[in-house]
Each structure stands twice: as C-alpha cells, then as structure tokens.
Design a protein around this ligand. Structure first.
Ligand code: TMP
Length: 399
C-alpha cells in the first residue's frame, strides 16, 4: 500500500518523519494476516501516546457492559476474584472493578494514559506484558481469573511472549478474553483503514487458535461486537477447561464460507482497496472542481492509512477536526493536513465532511444534527465511497 508514517506531527518535525512500509502478508498454512514491516512498539506506545479510550461515550458504555458480563458470567466468587487487563489504557474497563473493590491490575506500557488510570483509582503498572511481567504479577498478586485485553493483542508483534505470560498468570479454570477488529468485517467492508502501524495482526478465529494453541490455549466461545467497525471477542481457556460452545463452530464455518483461509480472497481484497482509492480521489477532485469545501471528522489512526494510500493532502481536505487536545495544532502524518479543535468545525460551515471516525458513526451523527440540518453533507468510504445521509447510513450499516 506504500510508505506510511506513524503519529501526528508538528510542523518542525516534517523533515524527520519516520515512514514504514505499509504492506500485509497472508499465510495459508497459519491463517495469519499481518504487517510485514512492523514498527518498534516503543515508537508507538510511550509517554506521549495520543489515544485515550475514554474520549468516546459509546466506548465507556461498551466497557461497562463488558465488565458486567465478566462479573455475571465468568467470575464465580467476586470476593476472591483477580482481574488483569493488558493495555488497560486510561482505566476505562477496570474502573468498573475498582469501583466495586474487586482485586484488579492494569498493565499499560504508555505511561501518560497509565497515570490517568491511577488518578481514577485503577491499580496500574506501566510495562509491556510478557513472561517476566507475568511472573512479577503472580509473585505479588497471585494468579488471575480473567486476563482481558481490548484492541491490544493485535498491536503486539511477539504473541508468543504474551501466550507464555498468559500461561503463567492464568488460573486453571481462568479465561483469557480479548477483542480486536475482526478480519471477516474488514474483508466484507473493504475497511482497509484497519491496516495501520499499530495493527500488526488482523485476527480471525482460525488464526487466534493457531497463535495460542502452542501455549495450551483454545478458543471456546466468541461474541461478535459492533465496536471499531466490527470486532470479535475471543474467549480462550486451557484446552478442555471449558465446554466448547456452538458460537465457535458457527464462526469457523462462516470464515470458511468467506474464504478467509484462501490467498485469492486477499488478492480480491487488494483490488477492492484500489477501487476504493480511485473512487475517493475522484469524488474529492470533483468536489474541489465544483468549489466545495471539504474537511475531515476525527483524526483517527485509520485516517493515516486512507490519506497516505490515497495520497490526499490539504489541497483536497482543508483540515481534520478532533476532540483530543494532544492531537490539535499538529498535522496528519505524512500528508500534513492540519488537525484543528472540534470547536473550529462547530464555528465553520464546510460543504462536506469526511467521516474518518466511521466506527463511531452513531455517536457522531447524533451529535451533528445541526451540520446536516444546515445542508452539510457526509462522505464515507466504508463499506464504499459515497455521500450519505446519516439516517440511511445507520439503517444500512447498523452498529
Ligand atoms: P479511534 O477510531 O481509534 O477510536 O479514534 C477516535 C478518534 O476520534 C480520537 O482521536 C477522538 C476522535 N473523536 C472525535 O473527534 N469526536 C468524536 O465524537 C469521537 C467519537 C471521536
């Protein structure tokens, strides 16, 4: 897909921007789909990490429900439970355990977000998770009933180190649960923007089973999620420790039907991406020729892939508005579109806005009724490039 940079940049950093090769590979043997060139995790998860989970109200609710689901269905004795979360970010999920005084620990390598979690009363250590960290945790707290991770496992190049850590830390009947953007959704929706620096792997049930079976773990249940444009929650346990549920056999059959085990599926996906690029650039150029003003909504990591792959810069999209203070005043990686505070968009009157945060469509559309009411138009590129009305989009792409 070409060269792609990492983080939002300041103007004075344009010359020393780091680019990596954005390309994926698929193995018919292992069923893994992964980035070929993997940026060093320490370049991405550090004291200036720009993603704060709690910026989205829907995500806060999602994690509240996730915590309740664990408490209702997967923890036998809440008084004696220990819940660990890998990549716990600003404590968005674990705060639900901390509020109930349930023993918990967040493991979060980015120190700035870890500090926010601590301020909320969420017990957090700032480390990468692996065998050594697992050993330290067992020594200090004992073994875990639940090891949870959301939008984290797909970020970790060395899955074996995590698998070995989970094997050390998990109780015999404990469960390891994680959720990530689901490959099935990506293929069906041509959501190629899920391919970016932090997403080393794009998982399916087949590949998760492959990755963790060497650590004595198996997927015994799955639950599809609407988050992040279509995700899957994988429940793993030690082989045979929990009864295999029908959800797994059903999902594996679906994956076969979709051809997730075949190279030709990904060759077709590449063609679909190229078509999406042509359609996006053509639309933006036509609007520019018609004298229309186009801006972007949400400087998501995903937008970096779209803008660099499509080679779209500030000549076609004036600016991108975003609510995250750490991103504002900077520029989009590589293409250098200015990132402006959300308020600038509120006080502006552009003709079109590109929904880069399409995975938050419901939340964003419900906030922006005024923009639509005064004739502002929305451009989406997932599942296809088109100008949409919020209502139509939500009916067709409920989630
Ligand atoms: P994500 O797609 O990786 O979750 O990134 C979300 C980005 O979108 C984050 O920078 C905050 C931004 N955002 C807004 O600016 N306004 C919104 O209403 C929402 C939901 C997100």
């Amino acid at each position: 897909m070409g060269k792609c940079p990492l983080q939002m940049v300041r103007q004075e950093e344009f010359q020393k921007e780091y680019f990596f090769d954005l390309a994926i590979s698929f193995s018919e043997e292992t069923k893994m789909l992964q980035l070929i060139d993997q940026p060093d995790p320490e370049m991405m998860f550090h004291e200036n990490y720009a993603f704060f989970s709690s910026t989205s109200k829907n995500m806060t609710l999602h994690f509240e429900k996730m915590a309740q689901h664990y408490m209702d269905n997967f923890i036998l004795d809440l008084n004696d439970a220990f819940v660990v979360e890998l990549g716990s970010n600003d404590g968005i999920m674990l705060q639900n355990f901390s509020r109930k005084n349930i023993k918990h620990l967040g493991v979060e390598p980015s120190s700035n977000v870890a500090e926010i979690a601590r301020q909320k009363g969420v017990n957090t250590i700032s480390k990468f998770f692996g065998k050594n960290t697992a050993q330290e945790i067992v020594g200090e707290y004992g073994k875990a009933d639940i090891i949870s991770a959301a939008n984290v496992m797909c970020h970790i190049p060395d899955l074996n180190s995590v698998g070995a850590g989970v094997d050390l830390l998990l109780k015999d009947k404990g469960i390891f649960v994680f959720e990530d953007p689901y490959l099935g959704d990506i293929i069906q929706k041509t959501s190629y923007d899920q391919i970016y620096d932090e997403h080393v792997y794009l998982f399916s049930v087949q590949s998760v089973n492959y990755a963790f079976e060497r650590h004595g773990l198996e997927v015994f249940h799955v639950e599809p999620q609407h988050t992040h444009g279509g995700s899957m929650r994988y429940f793993l346990c030690r082989k045979g420790a929990h009864k295999m549920r029908e959800s797994v056999t059903k999902q594996l059959a679906f994956e076969k039907k979709l051809g997730l085990d075949k190279l030709e599926t990904y060759e077709q996906f590449a063609k679909n991406c190229a078509q999406s690029k042509t359609d996006f650039v053509d639309l933006l150029k036509t609007l520019k020729a018609d004298g229309k003003r186009v801006v972007g909504y949400a400087a998501t990591s995903k937008s970096t892939t779209v803008l660099n792959y499509c080679n779209v810069g500030p000549d076609l999209i004036e600016y991108i508005c975003d609510t995250t203070p750490i991103k504002q005043g900077k520029f989009s990686p590589g293409m250098h579109i200015p990132i402006k505070p959300y308020e600038d968009f509120k006080n502006d009157n552009p003709d079109y806005i590109v929904l880069f945060g399409w995975n938050h469509a419901r939340e964003i559309f419900s906030k922006e009724t005024e923009f639509s009411a005064r004739g502002g138009k929305w451009i989406v590129f997932v599942p296809r490039v088109e100008v949409v009305s919020p209502d139509d989009y939500m009916v067709k792409n409920a989630g």
